[in-house]
Design a protein around this ligand. Sequence first.
Ligand code: UQ1
Length: 440
Amino acid sequence: MFSRRVTAATGRSVRNFATAAPVSSTARNHKVVVIGGGSAGLSVSHQLLHSGKFNQDDIAIVDPAEWHHYQPGWTLVGGGLKTKQELRRPMKSLIDPKLKFYNQSVGTFAPEENLVTLGNGDKVNYEHLIVVPGIGINYGSIKGLPEALENPDSLVSSIYGYETCDKVFRTVRKLEKGKALFTQPAGVIKCAGAPQKVMWLALDHWKRAGLYNPSNPSSSLINISFATALPAMFGIPKYSATLEKLRQERGVEGLFQHDLVEVNGNTATFALPDGKEQVQKKFDLLHVVPKMGPHAFVKNSALANEAGFVDVDEGTTRHKKYSNVWSAGDASSLPTAKTAAAVTSQAPILVNGLLATMEGKEPQGGYDGYTSCPLLTEYGKVLLAEFKYGGQPKETFGDLFGIDQATPRRAFYHLKKDFFPWVYYQAMVKGNWQGPKGWL
Ligand code: UQ1
């Protein structure tokens, strides 16, 4: 695929490129190899480059993807506010030419030998390794889900994938009456607020269309249920209180500790805790959040902890056993909510730590677990949850202006819808943005 695209761009034949290839491919030694060209991979690679301490091809990025997606935007696609196409960029267009790009998957890690084997069998050597490939979506973890998602006539969708995120708003618009069911699974997922963001937008849509009356749900054509494997609306008590109040005010049924295990026609089956019998719910529209987990090449490697995440120190992001291995973002064991906002804080700490280590010093650390979830509660309003390790709020604007970020606001909506997607491609993936701390 790589040579084919080069050919398309330059008009040269594949044979010419292949003839030239061995010259450059003999040296697969890099100072830093970065596994993954997502939010974390692009941020740390470019931040390292900006340090001025690296020459051409000293840093390499490994990623098999052709496209880079702004995933936080997929909730906006689910609400009909953006197209999925406008949120993606060709991966190659985001990588500085000073970086070597292996458009390849990873086969195996050999951390004792400072070596990564790529999917095509090539071996790449490093002095430092940064493992930031994110986590995978396990559609097959819910029986019948892949078939239901693929069926264009079903009202079953998910904002958690490029293929299906635009089906969400189509199903919301199609529904004229009946039961709408939104789910959230047990286990680690990306952005734990997103499963309900998409519900709040759908509710608002049906309200505006006259199909749902929050003050009298039983007389409405549509009724809405939120089925979550968690015991509450959100993991952080402060924000959960606001969201629980909204749920009650808006007449949404809460099915707590309900973990979706099967979709069959118009029936959803849920597992309950403590060996209780499974329950079934009929639906007319279903929004599913599949289970997620580490990629097999991470999970089955020497780098992983028991749960399959790259086993790093909470403060420094450095591997607990291999001192030249680092991780951040979704693939890491950092015990905080998995978001792009978290990466804005993790990346500079990782980069400074790695640079210090290269000079024989100890990494300073200091990552406090910062993460954030701009939670859409309706069209035009966002509750801006920001918190750190231990679930303690750490509110950027609360601290600056003395406001309570648990109150949904229009200004936060514009941050989420307009500012973050803009600053992400304008600065974050280029290594110039550190979230609440501003430009780098
Ligand atoms: C952020 O920097 C960011 O990245 C561009 C987000 O988008 C995914 C966010 O959701 C958040 C909350 C931040 C943090 C920045 C500020 C100014 C609160």
